[in-house]
Design a protein around this ligand. Structure first.
Ligand SMILES: N[C@@H](CCC(=O)N[C@@H](CS)C(=O)NCC(=O)O)C(=O)O
Length: 232
């Protein structure tokens, strides 16, 4: 029997990627909450496995050679799990290239830009028009790129894969990013298809009761933990 994956998690778009994978692949896992509004990401034991003080991270007690391994960075975790469980990460080179293109596109583009759009639109103490416009427009451009791709294929990598799991949690909060899915019909079709999957619903539901305890827009303590971080 597979030993459960220890998942270090908070219910945010980067966290959802991993709960969605584990639910889709039917892999047992234990959730270890990393309350990022309270500063759990700076605890020394967490920094040992995730030196960038960001979740998600995992420990697989049965890593390579049967020895435990930890992995941080959501994209690296998805690739690791995809390789290990041989699901949602194709093995043929052409198919794998397509999945990796869209996985890295999300990790390096959609995620950071949507994160900045959220920040300037919803959390910045002053409404700075330049920042709001810059990131809202860039997310709009990226949604257009996805829409075009999804006019040619059903899923970002071709077949349903870790690339879709990486993006769906970000598209879920399209309104907070100033976007309208009706402007992107192929993306809307994809979003509805992906979020209708039972495992995606289950992955997105993990920790919602924890999330409801924190309203980042009004929680000044959480804001002071999360915003304005410098080297320690
Ligand atoms: N590139 C990282 C980004 C992870 C990330 O930004 N996680 C956020 C929550 S969505 C976090 O842990 N924030 C804690 C902090 O800002 O201190 C990944 O893809 O895993």
């Amino acid at each position: 029997m597979t030993a459960p994956i220890e998942l270090f998690y908070w219910p945010t778009p980067n966290g959802y990627k991993i709960t969605i994978y584990l639910e889709e692949a039917g892999v047992p896992y234990n959730v270890n909450y990393v309350n990022i509004g309270k500063g759990d990401q700076f605890k020394p034991e967490f920094l040992k496995i995730s030196p960038n003080n960001r979740m998600p991270a995992i420990i697989d007690p049965e890593g390579p050679g049967g020895e435990p391994v930890s992995v941080f960075e959501s994209g690296a975790i998805l690739q690791y799990l995809g390789r290990k469980f041989k699901k949602f990460y194709p093995e043929t080179e052409r198919a794998r290239i397509a999945v990796e293109e869209w996985l890295f596109w999300q990790v390096g583009g959609l995620g950071p830009m949507a994160g900045q759009a959220h920040h300037f639109r919803n959390y910045a103490p002053e409404k700075i028009a330049y920042g709001i416009d810059r990131y809202t427009n860039e997310v709009n451009r990226l949604y257009g790129v996805m829409d075009k791709r999804l006019g040619d294929v059903d899923y970002l990598g071709g077949d349903y894969s870790i690339a879709d799991m990486a993006s769906v949690g970000w598209v879920k909060s399209y309104e907070a990013q100033g976007q309208n899915l009706d402007d992107f019909p192929n993306l809307k079709r994809w979003f509805e298809a992906v979020t209708a999957r039972p495992a995606v619903k289950a992955g997105l539901a993990v920790g919602q009761e924890e999330r409801e305890k924190m309203n980042l827009a009004s929680d000044k303590d959480a804001q002071s933990v999360l915003f304005g971080q410098k080297a320690r």
